[in-house]
Design a protein around this ligand. Sequence first.
Ligand SMILES: *Cc1c(COP(=O)(O)O)cnc(C)c1O
Length: 354
Amino acid sequence: MKRHNFSAGPCILPQEVFQEASEAILNFNNSGLSILEISHRSKDFVDVMDEARNLALELLGLEGKGYKALFLQGGASTQFLMTAYNLLQKKAGYLNTGTWSDKAIKEAKLFGEVVEIASSKDANYNYIPKGYEIPKDLDYLHVTSNNTIFGTQMKDFPEVDCPLICDMSSDIFSRQIDFSQFDLIYAGAQKNMGPAGTTLVVVQEDILGKVSRAIPSMMDYKTHISKSSMFNTPAVYAVYVSMLTMRWLKNLGGIAAIEEMNDRKATLLYSEIELNPLFKGFAAKEDRSTMNATFSLTDEDLKETFDAMWQEAGINGLNGHRSVGGYRASMYNALSLESVGTLVDVMSELERKA
Ligand SMILES: *Cc1c(COP(=O)(O)O)cnc(C)c1O
């Protein structure tokens, strides 16, 4: 039986993508070859890479606006340092909204001065700071749109004169935003776009080439742009499966269509968390994430019963991150409303029993 997968990442992908991706392992495009054994320079794969790069820009509404899409390796964690390597000359600003922002800050400090514009660390990152001042002399401002571990999400973004960089790993392609307000977006594929192994980078080309330091080829966005994301062997299979997932999303009606679904799923779960006295939410209400809902039991004595119940219902991946505890339900694009319904049923069943 297929389980209801609420895992935070690597995450659920559409069933039809799994199907098509599995067929390509045995016979890719009727070539008589597996996608795992073909050259990344073959026309079949170059077409995949081109389609993936174009789909990313198309879905984000960034075609023809000077942006380039790349599929790189090393995860979003490598982007923590690569952004600073390429863009930090003197001073950069960071909004600290969670573990991942904190890690990005640590890397950036190796390259220049880092100003923490605001932080919600004081409350274990259960809210998004607001009303902060942004210095005028920044090389860039870095924000994290969705805080996967804590379940908070930025609903709007600061207006700045400098380039705006966003780690969108866990909510890319999930909601409509004016993506052109960002100059660089990065996202590890395994949260909402594909399997682990590749990272999408969308960068406005004219912000590059402004730092004086020498940048090693693999760390230089310009290298990857000039080689159409094929400077070295890309993560062929991860790019392919990400491309299939983006195709699926486009056929569904793009981000506008999936946003509506994501809102319905989040509303269903958060209503239950609010109405059911046995549960309480972790994140501040106005900052709650539509992707990762964090909550806990009001009576820890019910833990064993509740855990047995959701496991019995075929639910997977509900345990919270160790730094928050409790539960985390990740409701990425491919998770169905029905799966959220199953979880909500279990939660109300617990209330009836207790
Ligand atoms: C998971 C995650 C990362 C780290 O991604 P890796 O690909 O494992 O390096 C960074 N930022 C956010 C917001 C994440 O959710």
